[in-house]
Design a protein around this ligand. Sequence first.
Ligand code: HEC
Length: 266
Amino acid sequence: MGNILKKLGVGLAVGGVLVGIARSQAVPADFQVLFFVIALIGAIIFMLLDAQPIRTMSGGKSLVSVVAFGVLLITAGVAGPSLLPQFNPEDEKAKIGKLLEKERKQSAQGKADELIARVKALDAQVKALEDRLKGLGGVQAASTPPAGEKPPTAASASAGDFMKVGEEQWQLQECYNCHKLRGEGGKKRGPELDNIGTLLTVDEIQEKISNPKSFMAEGYEKEWQKGIMPNKFKDLMDPKEMQALAAWLGTFKNTSVNTPKPIKKN
Ligand code: HEC
């Protein structure tokens, strides 16, 4: 009996030490319990080593004993672990899902706000254009075109409208994500473009947009990540729109802004 108590004591002590170490390493509580239980199982095995040998059995009795022992082992093996705290992957997945859901909602909200702001800005531009048309007496023609007369088309757009298309492309293609212009936008990914009109002709600007590798900003290797300007704009704009964007950028000739010199490549 004394021996059993001693082994139980050692088992508890070892279990305590294991739990202490696990805690200090921020191991999850479920595993701390598991370590403790393993220490106790160890103690029980050592206790069993002291047990009296059972009498030799034979015949039907030995068969029943073996089967009963097997059942006991299996029951203990199944029931024991199921008493332990359970780690349920579905619970964890649900928790992660909730966290992600929250973030998804927030970013969806952010995107929606941005879109709404952009729609408002475009709306204001349309209003301004309408007012100008009204000033020219053209709005009647636009809203109720007399029979036989076509409404105004892009072909009849004035130079001012052409520039508007360019500015609109700047917004739509989100060039401002990388480039600062008029003090707005740019996250230092690309150069400030306020003086680009002094450095490149409109045709050259267009070449740069449609093939970003055609010109590289001087010193780009050091200051801007090599070649991150995306090579996709010629697929996203039709030629007229790209021309308009280039023409509009060509009007920026603010020499007090330090736009780096573009160097012609291939
Ligand atoms: C992902 C970031 C990114 C986007 C988006 C981007 N650019 Fe750029 N752009 C750069 C970087 C970086 C450079 C400098 C290195 C180089 O020349 O490629 C650059 C250079 C330029 C230059 C030459 C500037 C100089 O001084 O040499 C022009 C012009 C230009 N971009 C126009 C545009 C226009 C117009 C758009 C939108 C249709 C646009 N960029 C979209 C990153 C971007």
